[in-house]
Design a protein around this ligand. Structure first.
Ligand code: T4K
Length: 367
């Protein structure tokens, strides 16, 4: 039994004295929000760090997805995954668009490209895949399908901060990509998010949309929303960004330690990793095969909990099983067999930069 509770994650907190220096500057200028100095600096520094063309910061990732759909004027139906955090589909629904769920690939756990084409109708205007746990989607195939059918492609890259495929950040993929900088994410601004876009015009449009549609003091160009990131959040991000490489390196050590200890336990499988991908180790999911392992997934979850270890069943239940989506035709269990199987077997173990190895040994012994 752990003396103190261990949660699935613990937010990275940058050095307080450094953060205080930034706060002093905010206090000096009185600029608290609305595209302030730190906001502009963070957009520039993130664009450089991620090697992406344009970054528009947001108050959170959900508002970023909602706004991305608005920015591309998406209507009708959007093809998406049921295996994600519920915000992915909520953003579609909040735009009055019908989500169409298709099944996932059993290895990557991302949208199965083979099934996308069959789900395209004359109402489909976009595909919204998720790089779940930071594993990149098969962008080559998905973007070819989007191009062929002349529909848009928006990636929910909330889990994929700084994930690279052949040295290229996956945030470059799609017409737009969305990041989340929530406290539980690899890179955080407490609450926050971003849209990555490819032209100055699109960035301008997105920036207008997140600020009520204002182009200047007296011109409103679109029915915008208030989705701006404030200066305190941006400052938190600027300080945290200095330490991000170290954070990811520590996560990698923890993930590899788990790999070495869990790979040979009968009835437990782990994510497959590939050498051409730089991962960010944002989550550490394991998959329990009830027929092979002594406990069911829920029994193991309860056992860890009884020992003060709070693993999480991300992503169970499937989004398609929640109201109001469960009534949609595409939410049919037969349509989503693999997603159901994965959702019923997954358990995400604690992973965060300062998680001590002796604690991990305790979880592993219990498992
Ligand atoms: N798309 C995807 C694929 C996403 O995963 C998410 C968010 C979004 C879109 C939307 O982005 P945002 O609008 O959130 O920027 C958490 C997060 O709130 C959510 O951001 C995240 N995905 C999701 C996967 O996980 P919960 O309800 O599980 O969080 P909670 O509060 O239970 O936190 C988990 C554990 O972390 C706690 O048990 C303790 C620890 N924790 C948490 C917080 C917030 C702390 O130690 N300190 C903290 O401040 O949703």
């Amino acid at each position: 039994m752990m003396n103190k509770p261990i949660y699935v994650t613990k937010p990275y907190l940058p050095p307080l004295d450094e953060f205080n220096e930034y706060l002093k500057k905010i206090w000096d200028t009185g600029q608290l929000t609305n595209n302030g100095h730190f906001h502009q600096r963070l957009e520039n520094e993130l664009a450089k760090f991620l090697d992406v063309p344009y970054v528009s910061l947001f108050a959170n990732g959900t508002l970023a997805i909602i706004t991305a759909l608005q920015a591309l004027d998406i209507r009708g139906e959007v093809i998406t995954t049921p295996y994600s955090f519920v915000a992915t589909t909520h953003a579609i629904w909040w735009n009055g668009i019908k989500p169409v769920f298709i099944d996932i690939d059993p290895i990557t756990l991302n949208l199965d490209p083979v099934k996308i084409e069959a789900a395209i109708t004359d109402k489909t205007t976009a595909i919204l895949p998720v790089h779940v746990y930071g594993t990149p989607c098969d962008d080559k195939r998905i973007s070819a399908i989007a191009k062929k059918h002349n529909i848009k492609l928006i990636y929910d890259a909330a889990h994929a901060f700084n994930v690279k495929e052949n040295g290229i950040s996956v945030a470059n993929y799609g017409d737009l990509s969305i990041l989340s900088f929530h406290a539980t994410k690899v890179f955080s601004t407490i609450e926050g998010g971003a849209i990555i876009s490819h032209t100055a015009e699109m960035k301008r449009h997105i920036d207008d949309l997140k600020n009520f549609g204002f182009r200047d003091e007296i011109t409103v160009v679109a029915p915008g929303i208030n989705a701006k990131m404030n200066e305190v959040q941006a400052a938190f991000g600027l300080v945290s960004l200095k330490y991000i490489n170290n954070s990811i390196e520590k996560r990698k050590e923890i993930a590899e330690y788990y790999d070495s200890k869990l790979a040979n336990i009968k009835g437990i499988s782990i994510l497959k990793r590939e050498s051409h991908i730089d991962y960010n180790y944002s989550y550490y999911p394991i998959f329990i095969d009830e027929n092979e392992y002594e406990l069911s997934r829920d029994e193991l979850y309860e056992k860890l909990k009884a020992n003060n270890i709070f693993s999480r069943r991300y992503f169970y239940p499937l989004i398609s099983d929640f109201e109001p989506y469960c009534k949609l035709e595409s939410a049919n269990q037969q349509n989503l067999k693999i997603a159901h199987k994965i959702a019923d077997s997954v358990l995400c173990l604690p992973i965060y930069p300062d998680l001590e190895v002796d604690l991990i040994d305790n979880f592993i012994n219990l498992i």
